[in-house]
Write a protein of this length. Structure first.
Length: 262
């Protein structure tokens, strides 16, 4: 049995679900009961001491980190392949994934901190939203350049880079920050959204996003804690949100990826 600990809003988890579904791998998706609590007990924390999603459990094997999971999936279920054959093309796909996982994800995450989790109000909220919007346009231009005139980032076939970029671009569209209508990247988003594996994953994201108005209260009251780590923390500080981090630490509703001391 393949079990995936995930959250439907996580771009990292969405990337993994798209890969599994494209390869026809049956799996059970589960939101860990302890997710966001900081608890270090239970099977989820045992599988990933960072208590981050996604985590893939394949019989007796447990793997965390979305890129490592993607590599495992590619080797465990090689058909159809997501990585191209040539070393240069493989590096191209991995670079696209790396930028999406770090820079693009941080912008989307920062925008969501204001929109969904109300981390800032007034002028600070306006500034953080404006920073995220401007930086998103830069990254979308970069992605558009890599796509060029091709249907897919790998050329003629859907592949690794498409699975990595799809959740990020789709989340921007949800925020109203999507590529310009009629642009090649917008047409790619429409094209990728028609694939059954991607369409199902996007639908799960939309359903979870519709529930955020109620769920956000859990994080603002400290019942749940948001994950601040590496590129996310860097984005918030560089974009002028240091006071957001300080307030979250003071109120106990943010955490970092390393386990809390006993």
């Amino acid at each position: 049995m393949v079990l995936l600990y995930e959250h439907p809003l996580s771009s990292y988890a969405q990337k993994v679900k798209i890969a599994l579904r494209e390869k026809g791998v049956a799996f059970t998706a589960e939101l860990p009961e302890s997710f966001g609590t900081g608890r270090s007990d239970g099977p989820f924390a045992q599988a990933n001491p960072r208590t981050e999603v996604p985590v893939l459990r394949d019989e007796t094997v447990s793997i965390f980190d979305s890129t490592i999971i993607l590599e495992y999936i590619e080797e465990r279920w090689p058909d159809p392949p997501l990585l191209p054959r040539g070393p240069a093309a493989r590096a191209f796909a991995r670079i696209t994934e790396e930028v999406c996982d770090t820079q693009y994800e941080a912008m989307n995450w920062g925008f969501g901190e204001v929109l969904w989790f109300r981390r800032a109000t007034g002028a600070l909220a306006d500034r953080l939203r404006a920073q995220a919007a401007a930086q998103t346009r830069v990254l979308q231009d970069w992605l558009a350049g890599r796509l060029g005139d091709a249907d897919w980032f790998g050329g003629e076939r859907f592949g690794w880079a498409d699975a990595a970029a799809a959740p990020l671009v789709n989340r921007s569209v949800h925020y109203g920050l999507g590529p310009e209508p009629g642009s090649p990247l917008r047409r790619w988003h429409a094209r990728v959204g028609q694939r059954p594996a991607v369409a199902r994953t996007f639908a799960e994201f939309e359903a979870a996003a519709a529930r955020m108005a109620q769920a956000a209260d859990l994080y603002t009251t400290g019942t749940r804690r948001r994950e601040y780590r590496d590129h996310r923390l860097e984005w918030m500080v560089k974009s002028g949100g240091l006071s957001v981090v300080e307030a979250g630490l003071r109120d106990g509703n943010i955490r970092f990826s390393w386990p809390d001391a006993p």
